[in-house]
Write a protein that binds this ligand. Structure first.
Ligand SMILES: [Ca+2]
Length: 265
């Protein structure tokens, strides 16, 4: 489908499923056919365009978002259809919020360079403790066994789900070498999907080998309007296990896109 048609359909805000094309992206030269995923937009939902999205996950019908920038950082529970904030906890104004992920009755939120994150009670949104780490904090997800954390490097760290102690590190690479600036994360069906800072694509990482085994070009999602702020980049992946859909958004984006992944054929 021509990109002009896709853009028009999104402007109309319809829920129609729209096939996305691939190709023409920066990674095309290095992606092999068995790596290239496609997608279909199945929904488009409002997103607070002042939210500097740093973490996103789905749980029991709601999206949870962690936002950044000092003085603006928060943890929020969002109603998907309206974007309404159901609950919110603000970080201390000197902290820069980063990735979030749930574990048990807790929600963990990283901060960028303070070396400590905040633990919340999932029900009350009250801060109930801190956890520490010795790297920068970028993205966070879990695989049911461990937290998986990015720190801006080309490595991911696997961490104990309660103590947050580092268990091991995973070097991430593709055919061109190390893949750095790994950012927001989402563990889905045995793969770690990752945003890469300032790139309009997601990569899928094999959690055993660290190899990039899939790529998804999302540059068309911003075709109808990229935020003026140069930091308004793609950064937010949440997986709904009941539908298999991903919710994707970015820093300062006005929309959250619900997409269905189409595996390499
Ligand atoms: Ca996520």
């Amino acid at each position: 489908m021509a990109s002009s048609l896709r853009r028009a359909a999104w402007r109309w805000g319809g829920a129609a499923a729209i096939c996305a094309s691939i190709g023409g992206a920066v990674w095309a030269a290095s992606a092999t056919p068995d790596e290239v995923w496609r997608y279909e937009v199945v929904g488009e939902h409002p997103h607070d365009s002042s939210s500097f999205t740093q973490g996103l996950y789905f749980e029991e019908g709601y999206l949870y978002e962690g936002t950044g920038r000092r003085g603006e950082s928060a943890l929020r529970q969002l109603e998907i259809e309206t974007g309404a904030v159901v609950r919110q906890a603000d970080l201390q104004p000197w902290l820069f919020g980063e990735g979030i992920a749930p574990w048990g009755d807790r929600i963990y939120q990283l901060t960028w360079i303070s070396g400590a994150g905040v633990m919340y009670d999932k029900q009350s949104f009250e801060a109930v403790g801190q956890f520490r780490y010795d790297t920068e904090g970028w993205g966070l997800t879990h695989d049911g066994q461990s937290f998986i954390m990015s720190d801006g490097s080309a490595e991911l760290s696997f961490r104990h789900p309660v103590s947050f102690r580092e268990l091991h590190r995973l070097a991430v690479s593709d055919a061109d070498g190390p893949v750095s600036d790994l950012n927001e994360l989402e563990y889905v069906d045995g793969r770690i999907w990752a945003n890469i800072w300032h790139r309009d694509e997601l990569v899928a990482i094999d959690p055993e080998t660290g190899l990039v085994v899939g790529r998804l070009d999302l540059s068309d999602l911003l075709a109808s309007g990229r935020p003026l702020d140069p930091e308004g980049v793609l950064n937010g992946i949440a997986h709904d296990p009941s539908t298999g859909h991903l919710y994707v958004t970015g820093k300062l984006w006005s929309r959250i896109f619900e997409i269905r992944l189409i595996p390499p054929s």
